[in-house]
Design a protein around this ligand. Structure first.
Ligand code: SF4
Length: 177
C-alpha cells in the first residue's frame, strides 16, 4: 500500500512497513505502531514511502499467520531452501516472493536508500523471526523482503532501531550538504 505524496528529489527516502504508520494491514487486522515522533517528522518531511508487501501481493486482511519453515530465514526462501507456510498448512511461498519484489520495486522507483521494517514478520522481519512451529519461539533472522532489499543494497532497520536510523540519516545528510 503506497500513499500518493509529492517528494523532493534530493531527500533521502525511506521505505517503511505500512503497519508502522498505523495502517491496520497485519494478518490480524491490527497496526504495529502508531504515532512515533520520528516517523511523524519524517512523514511531514515527505521522506517516507509506506508499503505493505503482503497486501501488494494480494493477501487479504485478515489472513492466517505465516512463518518461514524450519528455523530458516528470508535468504533461504529466496534461494529455494525454505518455504513459507500459513498456520493452516497452505504454502504461500510464491506469493511471498511477489511481495518481496513489490517492495524492491517500490524502494527502487522511489530511490529509497534505507528501509524501516516490522520485526518478526516473514516478509519484513529484520532481527528476528518465528521458527516455523507457530509456538511463539523466535530465532535470529530476517524476512524475505528484507533479504531481497539488502541484496540490492538497501540498508534495512527494524522497528526497534528508529533512533539508529535517525542517527545515520543525520550523518548521511550532513555529508551530502
Ligand atoms: S509486517 Fe510488512 S507485510 Fe506484514 S503487515 Fe506490516 S507491512 Fe505488511
Amino acid at each position: 500500500m503506497q500513499d500518493s505524496i509529492t517528494y523532493c528529489p534530493a531527500m533521502i527516502r525511506i521505505l517503511v512497513s505500512s503497519c508502522l504508520m498505523g495502517q491496520k494491514v497485519r494478518y490480524n487486522g491490527t497496526a504495529k505502531l502508531e504515532g512515533h515522533p520520528l516517523l511523524m517528522q519524517w512523514q511531514d518531511e515527505g521522506r517516507l514511502i509506506p508499503h505493505c508487501p503482503e497486501l501488494a501481493a494480494g493477501f487479504q486482511i485478515p489472513r492466517p499467520p505465516a512463518e518461514i519453515t524450519n528455523t530458516r530465514s528470508g535468504s533461504d526462501v529466496l534461494s529455494g531452501k525454505a518455504r513459507i507456510l500459513e498456520k493452516t498448512g497452505n504454502d504461500v511461498t510464491d506469493l511471498y516472493h511477489i511481495a518481496a519484489f513489490s517492495a524492491l520495486e517500490a524502494a527502487q522507483s522511489n530511490n529509497c536508500r534505507y528501509a524501516l521494517m516490522t520485526d518478526g514478520s516473514p516478509s519484513c522481519g529484520v532481527r528476528f523471526l518465528y521458527d516455523g512451529s507457530f509456538s511463539g519461539r523466535k530465532h535470529d533472522g530476517n524476512g524475505i523482503t528484507t533479504a531481497l532489499l539488502e541484496k540490492h543494497g538497501i540498508r534495512v532497520f527494524g522497528d526497534t532501531e528508529i533512533e539508529q536510523l535517525n542517527d545515520l540519516l543525520l550523518i548521511t545528510e550532513k555529508q551530502t550538504i
